[in-house]
Design a binder for this molecule. Structure first.
Ligand code: SF4
Ligand code: SF4
Length: 425
């Protein structure tokens, strides 16, 4: 059932009396040959996710979520003074740092607000260049994929994978910020390939979660990604091919990243990569540029999460279930028809709003979140990831409890040069 429209043909605002459209069980191809390798268990009642049901958008229309704290949380993305207080990690200095991290993303969002677009969040990122009239001929898709990975690295991506478009992960509808209503996804036909890029978030800053300081790592991750995606998209369009660059808009990033071989879904419902664990920010580009594909890879993360419950134990509002993957939604913000680990986003977001900033304790305490800043630490992490992915995973878990660096560091530790003495005179 589609949204009713007013006499003026304007979309009716979403509310509990006008819920987001449920398009029902997915009518496209339900299963894919790669599903098993990806660890996807798709059920007959699988539905594409309506972006208006994500917890942030529900914070704008769903009375069960909306509150003054939620409004202040959104305002705090642009105003460092709103939640600042005299507490380690939450001072005006910490919030100022966080605002600096988000500035690249905020500029991106502001660029098209007057046109009713929220680039990178509700709408794809407008690409800087026109599509060149003449296509540069591509002789080998394998070679072109290699080149895309090389240029992505120069533009800031630390990991890149390429897969085919898969409409199961495309949102059924997007949020129309102008009317507080829903709107269709306008991804052009024929964008058959998807490039997924990942960048890492700073380990030492993440160690200060919960804090506004740590939110800087997330904000700067988004800002880096936004720039990287625009650069890659510009390259593709200047080569004569179409590119749609996407951050939180258009499609779900984690399943695409899994299909592109970058990692696996963890119990905390985030991607875990063998290179920098859950400290990963993702973006994707849909394109018709002919490219060769990567396949999904298993790193043993699902099996490790089955014996590890660290994130569930660390989460203050107990938003991360301890049991096996399930297809029972915890609330309207969970994906229907797929058996996997999902979190209770309502409890999670409520905790965020009480803090006045985001939380990432589950990232901080995940054993896959390790310091890799020195040669020795990098080697140890590589060894540990191998161990965790082997039948000796219980030993890996024991090692992490014994010598891992879980737990919080004070923000003042970071400000005093924690973990990086070279920055302090
Ligand atoms: S972000 Fe924080 S509140 Fe949310 S699931 Fe992770 S630990 Fe829990
Ligand atoms: S903390 Fe443990 S259970 Fe949670 S995602 Fe990380 S490895 Fe998996």
């Amino acid at each position: 059932m589609s949204n009713p429209v007013t006499d003026h043909n304007k979309p009716q605002p979403l509310s509990l009396d006008n819920l987001p459209t449920n398009e029902g069980p997915y009518q496209g191809q339900l299963h894919d040959a790669r599903d098993e390798a990806c660890g996807f268990e798709i059920l007959p009642n699988f539905e594409r996710f309506n972006k208006n049901n994500d917890i942030y958008n529900r914070g704008r229309w769903d009375e069960r979520i909306m509150s003054k704290k939620v409004i202040d949380w959104f305002r705090g993305m642009y105003r460092p003074d709103i939640a600042a207080r005299d507490r380690d990690g939450y001072t005006a200095r910490d919030f100022a740092f966080r605002l600096g991290g988000w500035v690249g993303t905020n500029l991106l969002i502001e660029r098209n607000l007057k046109n009713g677009r929220v680039d990178g969040y509700q709408d794809d990122i407008e690409i800087y260049s026109e599509i060149a009239k003449e296509k540069v001929e591509i002789e080998s898709t394998e070679k072109m994929s290699e080149e895309i990975k090389r240029i992505s690295r120069v533009f800031g991506a630390e990991i890149t994978g390429i897969t085919s478009a898969d409409e199961r992960w495309h949102y059924s509808h997007l949020y129309d910020a102008d009317h507080n209503a829903e709107k269709p996804v306008n991804l052009p036909e024929g964008l058959v390939n998807t490039i997924v890029i990942g960048t890492s978030m700073d380990h030492n800053i993440i160690k200060t979660y919960p804090s506004a300081t740590a939110g800087t790592a997330v904000g700067f991750g988004y800002s880096k990604d936004a720039n990287t995606m625009q650069a890659i998209g510009t390259f593709i369009q200047a080569m004569g091919y179409r590119a749609v660059a996407s951050l939180n808009d258009t499609a779900q990033k984690v399943p695409y990243a899994i299909q592109a071989g970058l990692g696996e879904n963890g119990r905390h419902s985030m991607l875990i990569t063998p290179k920098f664990g859950p400290r990963t920010r993702l973006g994707q580009i849909f394109t018709d540029m002919p490219l060769a594909h990567d396949g999904p890879k298993r790193f043993g993360i699902k099996e490790f999460c089955e014996i590890c419950q660290r994130c569930a134990e660390s989460c203050p509002p107990r938003a991360i279930p301890k049991g096996p993957p399930t297809d029972t939604p915890l609330n309207a913000s969970n994906h229907v028809g797929i058996r996997k680990w999902s979190i209770d986003n309502e409890k999670c977001f409520n905790f965020w709003c009480n803090q006045g900033t985001d939380c990432g304790i589950c990232i901080r305490d995940c054993p896959y979140n390790m310091d890799t800043s020195t040669w020795f630490k990098k080697k140890y992490f590589k060894f540990w990831v191998w161990l965790a992915g082997s039948s000796l995973r219980r030993l890996a878990l024991w090692l992490d409890y014994k010598i891992g660096d879980g737990g919080r560091q004070e923000s003042n530790w970071w400000w005093a040069g924690g973990g990086d003495r070279s920055l302090v005179k």
